[in-house]
Design a protein around this ligand. Sequence first.
Ligand code: GTP
Length: 378
Amino acid sequence: MNVIFRLKPLVFHLFFIALVVFAIEYSEHIWTQYFTAVKSTALILTGIAIILAVQFNHSRLGWLSLVLALYAINQDYQFLALSLAQQQVFLLLFLACIAFVADRGVYSIHTLYRVALVAALYGASFFYPALLSYLGTVPPLPMIVLAALVFTLLIVRTALSPNHSHMAFVSLLVVLVLQEMHFVQLERYSLLLVSSVYFVVVILIESYLLAYRDELTKIPTRRALKQLSLALGNKYTLAMLDIDHFKKFNDTYGHDIGDQVLKLVATQLTKVRAGGKCFRYGGEEFTVVFPGKDKEIAIAELERLRQAIQDYKMVIRQPVRKSKDARGKAKTKQKTVSITISIGVCQKGAKQTFDQVMKVADEALYRAKKKGRNKVSE
Ligand SMILES: Nc1nc2c(ncn2[C@@H]2O[C@H](COP(=O)(O)OP(=O)(O)OP(=O)(O)O)[C@@H](O)[C@H]2O)c(=O)[nH]1
């Protein structure tokens, strides 16, 4: 179930690339008159994709753009000395490998490793037909089998680490297979156009998420809160939330369990109703903003959240010191703990700036702590 949830954004990727592919395919007859313009546009966009990939540390998408550009240019100049089948094998193998290496800076030794990888895959695809005839199998079945294998690998990789780059690899593979099966018939430069537009979008989305979404809790960051503050009207209520005795929790159970607590609280906060928007302000502090809402509505909702977090029983596994089970593994015991949060609320007053509203909410939070914690204060 969790795996399906992780792969959910892949549907949007496939939908987006299908849209771009079919839009280009169905307008290709118009474009053919301007083929030189299509070529130049595809190459320019590939250049932009590569520059963005290098700039925003998405080198794998940069490498993929470069390989696709070589694949397209090879149509005119045949410098790769590979048959069509060999080129397809090369692309499939490259997709499989690039998904399993990390994004690395271009000005590092890793660039040499990537060049070596490309050279090794070139060799592998060169000898692929010889290998097939040695094994006695007949194309094109092995190509489809290879594609299915690579597809499985990419899906596993995406499920393990569901980022947009991995989803882009899967989507591109789907397009290549559809192309191979003649469901779509894009010119190579049109394919390059599709992939470069797609990669630019993916790099921009990834960079946006990096800046505006918290890596640990996956909720918007303080920077996103600042952004929202510029768009808020004159009426809103803001709450500052802080986990109680979090330092003690960290010291007792360790930083990893502390991180789990942060994730748990964030998950509960994302269930906020009444139009509330939650943010990780920093450390163990969160902010919830209710645009257009009076504080009475916000307080009722915050009370509900406070109660929900208090009622949630978190199970912690702790190693029992020096005890081992029959297989020699360290024994663990389970413990259930409750987390509580304190909340300070402020409704924007006339002429109050966003920073002033935050300051007042922070002072209210301080009072909630003083009153014994696990409280909403205004
Ligand atoms: N595990 C983990 N701990 C963090 C993170 N960010 C901040 N902290 C810890 O949060 C703790 C904050 O502690 P304090 O500010 O003293 O507050 P507190 O212990 O919650 O006490 P009260 O707020 O008074 O109830 C510190 O120990 C930080 O190390 C994080 O991302 N992960």
